[in-house]
Design a protein around this ligand. Structure first.
Ligand SMILES: [Zn+2]
Length: 315
C-alpha cells in the first residue's frame, strides 16, 4: 500500500515538473526576445572569482550585465566549469579572470576566449611563489589589488566608451577606498604583539596578506588545494604550533575544515574562526565588529572580517 501511494506521488511530482519546465521554456523564450529589444544594449561581462566579480560590480554598477561564474564558498583551484559557463564565456563582450593558474581547470578556456588576466598587472618583483608557478592569491594585499582597478576601468571604457567617465570616477573612488582599507588593516594589526603575528591556515593563500600586514604565514597545504597534505606535514605543523605556543589556527570558507580541526585537537590550539581565502562571503551578509558594519560579500568586508578575526583570536 505505501508503495502505491509513493508511486502516485512520484508520478504527480513528475507531471508537475514537466508543466513547470514547459512554462519556464515558454517564458524564457519570450523574455529573451523582450530583452534583445530593450535593456541589453548593455555590454555583457563575465568574471570568475567572487573577488573579481565584486571589483567589476563596484566599478561598473548596473551599466553592464555581469555574470560571476564562481559563488561564495567555491574553491577556484578545483572549480570545474559547467556547460552554462562555456555559453556565458562565448557570449561575453569582456571576461576578467585572476590568472596565475588560479582557475586551474578553466585557464585554457579563459585564454582562448581572450579573457583579461588580473595577474598581468602584478610586477615580477611583487609576485610570490616560483617563477614557473607564481602564487595567485594577489587579492590578499589591498595595495596590489588596487593595482588591478585601472585595468578594469580601461577595458570597460574601451568596450563601452559611452560610459567611460562613469567607470573612471567609480574606479578613482574605489582606489581611495582600497588605500584607506590598507591603512586601516595595518593599524589594526599593530594592536597585536609582534610575537603573536603568526597565521596558520589550511592552504597557503595568505602570503601576500602576510607580507602586507606583518604576519608570518604557515599553511598545511601549498599554494593550491589540488594536492592534500600528508602525515609528515601534519606532524610538523602540530610540532610547530606547540613549540611556538600558538593560541589559534584558522579554517577557510572555501576549503574543508577537517584537517585544521584535527590539527587544533592534536596541538591544543583553538580554531580561531573562519577566514575568507579564495572566495568572499554572501553579498548582503552584514557583520558587526567594534561598532563597525561591513558586507561580507564585498572585498572591503572580506578583508575587515579576516583582519578582525585574526587579531581577536591571536591577542
Ligand atoms: Zn588558493
Amino acid at each position: 500500500m505505501p508503495n502505491l501511494v509513493t508511486q502516485a506521488l512520484v508520478r504527480s511530482l513528475l507531471i508537475y515538473r514537466i508543466v513547470i519546465l514547459l512554462a519556464l521554456t515558454a517564458f524564457s523564450s519570450c523574455s529573451s526576445d523582450y530583452r534583445s529589444m530593450d535593456e541589453d544594449a548593455r555590454i555583457s561581462v563575465v568574471t570568475t572569482t567572487t573577488m573579481i566579480t565584486d571589483m567589476v560590480k563596484q566599478i561598473a554598477g548596473d551599466k553592464v550585465q555581469l555574470t560571476g561564474l564562481m559563488g561564495p564558498g567555491v574553491d577556484p583551484h578545483l572549480y570545474e566549469p559547467i556547460p552554462s559557463d562555456g555559453i556565458a564565456l562565448s557570449e561575453a563582450d569582456l571576461i576578467f579572470y585572476n590568472g596565475l593558474f588560479l582557475e586551474g581547470q578553466m585557464t585554457s578556456d579563459l585564454k582562448t576566449q581572450e579573457g583579461i588576466d588580473f595577474g598581468s598587472t602584478v610586477s615580477e618583483n611583487q609576485l610570490k611563489g616560483q617563477k614557473s608557478h607564481p602564487d595567485p592569491h594577489i587579492w590578499g594585499n589591498a595595495e596590489i589589488w588596487e593595482g588591478c582597478v585601472p585595468l578594469v576601468v580601461k577595458e570597460l571604457s574601451d568596450a563601452d566608451p559611452q560610459n567611460s567617465s562613469y567607470y573612471r570616477e567609480r574606479g578613482d573612488h574605489l582606489i581611495e577606498v582600497l588605500r584607506d582599507l590598507h591603512q586601516w588593516s595595518r593599524s589594526r594589526v599593530e594592536s597585536l604583539p609582534e610575537e603573536s603575528r603568526i597565521l596558520i591556515t589550511s592552504h597557503d593563500a595568505f602570503e601576500y596578506f602576510g607580507e602586507a600586514y606583518g604576519f608570518k604565514v604557515v599553511a598545511l597545504q601549498g599554494i593550491s588545494t589540488v594536492t592534500e597534505a600528508g602525515i609528515a606535514e601534519r606532524v610538523n605543523l602540530v610540532d610547530f604550533i606547540k613549540e611556538n605556543q600558538i593560541k589559534s589556527i584558522f579554517v577557510e570558507s572555501s576549503v574543508s575544515p577537517e584537517a585544521i580541526k584535527s590539527i587544533a585537537e592534536d596541538s591544543g590550539a583553538k580554531v580561531g574562526g573562519e577566514l575568507f581565502s579564495d572566495a568572499m562571503g554572501e553579498p548582503g551578509d552584514i557583520e558587526k565588529s567594534n561598532d563597525e558594519e561591513y558586507d561580507l560579500g564585498t572585498y572591503q568586508g572580506m578583508l575587515k572580517h579576516n583582519i578582525n578575526t585574526i587579531v581577536e583570536a591571536l591577542k
